[in-house]
Design a protein around this ligand. Structure first.
Ligand SMILES: NC(=O)C1=CN([C@@H]2O[C@H](COP(=O)(O)OP(=O)(O)OC[C@H]3O[C@@H](n4cnc5c(N)ncnc54)[C@H](O)[C@@H]3O)[C@@H](O)[C@H]2O)[C@@H](O)CC1
Ligand SMILES: [K+]
Length: 180
């Protein structure tokens, strides 16, 4: 079952969903989830942490598709009133420095909201290798991790951030190798 399936499994109130997306590929995964929820009739809004013309190639492609579907894409904000589920797609394994400033404000707002939080690949702000928070870090209700459970998710500290952990098969494995 993919990440979207975890959201559709009945444990999340999907009356009004917010996808909080970064401009890297983790955000792109969030945008793909937004589209899949939209085509299933879910009311979904996307908040983007940066400018639309400063996204990764994959994320730019996903944005184009969202615009085709007329899914609302608005600037990131700390006003999260009314959302029943928040999909956290700000940072994944590309986190490379502590989370500060407006990113910390957004993550603190996500943690303070009454919505359930579903993290894409990694709870944003968590160092996936060590399980240590790098500044403000999302505390998820559940996390769908792609391909394998990161080392940091099995530490006592890491588990406090991932919530229920799912591992999604995306067709890549740790022992993949090529013989040529
Ligand atoms: N690598 C792979 O094989 C795959 C990656 N995928 C997705 O791609 C993600 C990784 O994507 P990326 O490498 O684009 O990285 P991310 O999307 O995790 O984040 C990278 C962006 O965040 C910025 N950033 C990092 N730390 C920051 C901080 N503390 N404050 C502000 N900005 C910060 C970086 O400058 C960069 O712009 C994975 O977590 C996963 O969701 C999946 O789509 C499947 C395959
Ligand atoms: K994330």
């Amino acid at each position: 079952m993919g990440a979207t399936g975890r959201l559709l499994n009945g444990n999340f109130d999907l009356s009004k969903v917010l996808v909080f997306a970064g401009t890297g590929n983790n955000g792109g995964d969030g945008l793909a989830i937004a589209r899949m929820l939209h085509v299933r009739g879910v009311d979904v809004t996307v908040m983007l942490t940066g400018a639309e013309d400063h996204t990764s190639t994959e994320t730019a492609q996903q944005l184009k598709i969202l615009h085709y579907y007329q899914i609302p894409v608005i600037p990131a904000s700390t006003d999260l009133t009314g959302y029943t589920t928040i999909v956290d797609a700000i940072f994944g394994i590309g986190l490379d420095r502590p989370v500060e400033g407006k990113f910390a404000d957004w993550i603190n707002a996500i943690n303070a909201s009454s919505a359930k939080v579903f993290s894409v690949d990694v709870p944003s702000g968590l160092n996936a290798d060590t399980g240590e928070p790098q500044g403000a870090t999302v505390k998820a209700t559940a996390t769908s991790s792609f391909a394998y459970a990161k080392n940091g998710f099995v530490t006592d500290q890491g588990k406090q951030y991932t919530g229920q952990l799912y591992v999604e098969d995306i067709g890549v494995y740790l022992d993949d190798h090529y013989e040529g």
